[in-house]
Ligand binder design. Structure first.
Ligand SMILES: [Zn+2]
Ligand SMILES: [Zn+2]
Length: 529
């Protein structure tokens, strides 16, 4: 299949990114880099989610406008992603004109469908603030679990809520009890799409367990129709007469960012956008909290629009990453902020840890001790060591020239195998296993080096010594390609030293190649308590 769309979740531009965001989003970059190396037409997009009440609330706290706040977090996100090597083809923001225009025209068409209806609904009003309130501007008690909640989603049980339905609603700002009024809003009648959505879920038995169970739970509770417009000051204007002053609810527009951003990329490349949204494979990469938005809300919007758009194929939905054994909490400042670590550590060391210890199937924990240990014993101890001892040997004893040799069949077939098997695992979203398998191959290389003992044969049997190093270099070249999706910075170093291209196929380094000045790939880290 030629076209691959990788859709990374759009982080809220109302606060800094922490390690949990990075762990959830990084798989998208690995998958994108892999497919590019395979020669597919890859469109990898994401952006900052700039609208909605969280941004408005933050703006008020900081005494800025929502645009100023979201723009400044957007800039921070761009820097973090860039330093970590995220290879987005476009990382935009929902306040960009191209997104706004796209969403308005998508909605205008969607409003003609039988799935969109107008309802007169109760709406919460704060007489103290003289304002209509919704989403996070309302606090109260969750009707599902009885815990304290915000009006948009309950942190305790994960339910997506309508502010009007929560119990004992109060104004988040001034704490006053709220009164009910009525207004009209547009609704998407998801209940009418039950047959299509059920068939869609049933057609994807290979989704991650959390994606299937979270989605099923929504079906079991009965699919509810959802408002797609809101009484807010900040957001995208509803393109319908009679809705002046109302905005499109963020979840009816931010998930369309995958379409709007990929449209920009396709237009710039001069490739067919409709084909990307038709004959293709689509990956959606996000944390588990976002599952229903990608398995129910987005498919509902796409179906209601009626454009024949492709529905998500692969849901790469992470569990949570915890910190020192407990849940990351931005409000309690129990978090490691991405902006604080991207300058301090080798980006590949961070990427290695977030994949090999990634919350792929269950929650995983971040501790500085484990990060340091895995860097030292695995990344440096296994991989860095193999590369360094092989190349340094050639520089020291063989005048820096890759010697001639005969291909070792065991290594050769292990390499050949790895391209197929690691590739398959990446395609399936099993990145931990994929990376682990490449490391098994490196272990095989280290074993080969130890068994062949080039430091002895250098004197006793120079041809054998040359043969050993020849095979080690071949393996390193292939490792650099196999690891490029995971560890692009170190791989690009090796590409330039060995003249390798990032193509997902077995590589061959010519004997006689003069190595340039080499350096170590990874630093040893000290653990500080
Ligand atoms: Zn709840
Ligand atoms: Zn109030």
């Amino acid at each position: 299949m030629k076209n691959i769309l990788i859709s990374g979740a759009w982080p809220y531009a109302n606060g800094s990114l922490h390690i949990g965001h990075i762990a959830a989003l990084l798989p998208g970059d690995v998958i994108a880099r892999y497919y590019r190396a395979k020669g597919n037409q890859v469109v990898y997009v994401s952006g900052s989610d700039c609208h909605g009440t969280p941004v408005t609330i933050r703006a008020k706290q900081e005494g800025k406008t929502p645009r100023e706040v979201s723009d400044s977090y957007h800039t921070e996100f761009c820097e973090v992603f860039c330093k970590l090597g995220f290879s987005y083809d476009l990382y935009g923001k929902t306040s960009d004109e191209w997104h706004i225009d796209f969403v308005r025209s998508f909605h205008r068409k969607m409003y003609e469908s039988k799935y969109i209806s107008e309802k007169t609904v109760p709406q919460l009003f704060c007489t103290t603030c003289n304002k209509t309130l919704t989403d996070r501007l309302v606090i109260g008690i969750c009707p599902f679990c009885g815990e304290k909640t915000r009006g948009d989603q309950c942190d305790a049980c994960g339910e997506v809520l309508e502010a009007e339905n929560i119990k004992k609603p109060k104004c988040a700002e001034c704490g006053s009890p709220l009164t009910l009024q009525t207004t009209k809003q547009l609704y998407i009648e998801i209940s009418k799409l039950e047959k299509e959505l059920t068939a869609y879920l049933d057609a994807h038995p290979k989704w991650r367990k959390n994606a299937i169970s979270f989605t099923k739970r929504y079906f079991d509770e009965g699919l509810r129709d959802r408002a797609i417009t809101r009484d807010l000051d900040w957001g995208i204007d509803v393109p319908k007469t009679g809705y002046e002053g109302k905005k499109i609810y963020i979840w009816a527009e931010n998930v369309l960012g995958y379409m709007s951003a990929s449209r920009v990329v396709c237009d710039a490349r001069g490739v067919d956008y409709e084909e990307l949204w038709g004959d293709a494979r689509h990956y959606y990469v996000h944390g588990k909290d976002n599952i229903p938005f990608h398995t129910i809300i987005l498919p509902s919007l796409l179906l209601a629009h009626g454009g024949g758009w492709r529905l998500p194929d692969d849901i790469i939905s992470s569990e949570h990453m915890t910190l020192d054994g407990s849940k990351i909490s931005t409000s309690k400042n129990h978090a490691i902020w991405a902006k604080d670590i991207v300058d301090r550590y080798n980006p590949d060391a961070l990427r290695y840890f977030f994949i090999i210890n990634g919350p792929e199937k269950r929650d995983t924990d971040f501790t500085w001790r484990e990060f340091t240990e895995r860097n030292n014993s695995e990344l440096l101890g296994i991989y860095g060591n193999f590369v360094n001892r092989s190349l340094a040997f050639i520089v020291k004893y063989l005048e820096g020239v890759v010697p001639n040799g005969v291909t070792d069949e065991t290594l050769h077939s292990a390499i050949e195998n790895a391209f197929t098997s690691v590739g398959q695992k990446i395609e399936n979203g099993q990145l931990k296993d994929a990376l682990g398998e490449v490391f098994d191959l490196i272990r095989l290389g280290n074993k080969y080096y130890d068994t062949e003992q080039p430091w002895k044969t250098r004197v006793s049997n120079p041809d054998k010594c040359g043969n050993t190093l020849y095979n080690c270099v071949q393996l390193i070249a292939n490792l650099s390609v196999l690891l490029h999706p995971f560890l692009p910075f170190s791989s690009e170093k090796l590409f330039s030293w060995l003249g390798v291209r990032p193509e997902w196929t077995e590589q061959n380094v010519i004997s006689g190649l003069l190595l340039p000045r080499i350096s170590i790939l990874f630093e040893r880290l000290e653990h500080k308590e």
